[in-house]
Design a protein around this ligand. Structure first.
Ligand code: NCD
Ligand code: ZN
Ligand code: ZN
Ligand code: ZN
Length: 353
């Protein structure tokens, strides 16, 4: 069965500064192995991407190493409220961190939130990491500044309820959910181990997970939030939050399809059509994924292409497997092997310079 290449609007490629976890070459290999042919990369690198110089450096690394198509977010900081907007055409969009997570991009000052919402062009995506009460703040900011906002990795019943109400009032909000918030809950923490289970937002209750499934019509996108860290880091006394997710996501969705919990249209709306509209992404000609929706197999993190080399879904029995991926007419993945060269991926935004 043939489906379009997937778009993942929320991944962490870790380069520059975190190459021991992932780099553009391994991260985009992981994407292709997961049927993802376009990724939007987050700015919480080291250094973070917040200005022309760091954007240029990151795009240059991506241009020479990426194996799938890409765009790079710029991070909202206290120091770039007036200058970030001029870079908008060269970015995936602006990313704002309203709550604590991995990296140093948290914005504490509400005035910074407001000015960034005002200044970032309404025609370019603005994404927020906002949990609970700050999610309510982000929705109000979208309303009063009259611009769209995309809410990253929402996970709670209270959040999806508020998003439903905001959409009903015509406030321009869209949201994404990550596979770990659909297929794992806090009861899974002991079996994954407490350190490895660390993720932001945290794994939620069974009731929260059920609320996401019950309100699927309000979920615009599925996004992996592929956030690789090494097993050593995850097992340390100070485990960083985040899961790799690119290679398990589509098989998990296909497994849910085999159980009658998702339809193929549900999946393609959230992994291709809606992200393309929300993030203003081009179509990829001659780009598709061959899947065997009936194949039963066991997910083995040791065989994955991400440098992080582990997965919270290790050992899961899945129904639905990716056989091959074709990007712009070239077979880039087949039977477990990556065939795309580093640098063959395209920046889908306008080039800087
Ligand atoms: C992400 C990371 O490691 O970069 N971690 C996570 O737990 N989700 C940061 C983020 O997306 O919030
Ligand atoms: Zn986040
Ligand atoms: Zn993230
Ligand atoms: Zn090319």
């Amino acid at each position: 069965m043939r489906i379009p290449g997937l778009i993942d609007p929320h991944v962490h490629m870790r380069e520059p500064g975190g190459e021991h976890k992932e780099d553009w070459s391994t991260g985009t290999a992981s994407a292709l192995a997961g049927g993802v042919t376009m990724v939007l990369a987050m700015p919480n690198t080291k250094p973070p991407v917040t200005d022309r110089k760091t954007l240029e450096a990151t795009l240059s690394l991506a241009g020479s190493k990426a194996r799938c198509d890409f765009a790079q977010f710029i991070g909202a900081g206290a120091g770039n409220r007036e200058t970030a907007a001029s870079l908008a055409p060269h970015t995936a969009g602006l990313k704002m961190y309203l709550d604590s997570t991995y990296g140093d991009l948290k914005l504490d000052n509400m005035e910074d939130w407001f000015i960034h919402f005002q200044n970032w062009p309404a025609s370019s995506p603005l994404c927020v990491h906002a949990e609970g009460p700050s999610l309510a703040a982000a929705i109000l900011l979208a309303e009063v500044t009259n611009r769209p906002v995309h809410l990253c990795h929402i996970s709670l019943r209270s959040e999806i309820m508020l998003i439903r109400a905001a959409k009903a009032r015509g406030i321009p909000v869209t949201c994404e959910v990550s596979p770990h918030h659909l297929f794992l809950n806090c009861d899974d923490i002991p079996s994954i181990s407490p350190g490895r289970s660390e993720v932001r937002p945290r794994l939620a209750s069974r009731d929260d997970v059920q609320a996401l499934w019950d309100n699927l019509d309000c979920i615009d996108c599925f996004a992996t939030d592929h956030a690789p860290h090494t097993p050593g880091e995850k097992d340390s006394d100070n485990p960083p939050p985040g899961f790799p997710g690119l290679e398990s996501a589509l098989p998990l969705y296909l497994t849910a399809m085999s159980q009658g919990r998702l339809t193929l249209d549900d999946i393609l709306a959230r992994c291709v059509i809606n992200p393309r509209h929300i993030f203003h992404l081009p179509e990829q000609p001659d780009t598709f994924v061959e899947i065997d929706p009936a194949a039963r197999w066991t997910f083995d993190a040791a065989k994955s292409h991400t440098r992080s080399g582990w997965s919270p879904f290790d050992g899961f029995t899945l129904t639905g497997r990716i056989e091959s991926v074709t990007l712009r007419g070239k077979v880039v993945y087949k039977n477990g092997e990556i065939l795309a060269e580093p640098g063959s991926g395209h920046n889908i935004r306008s080039e800087l310079k």
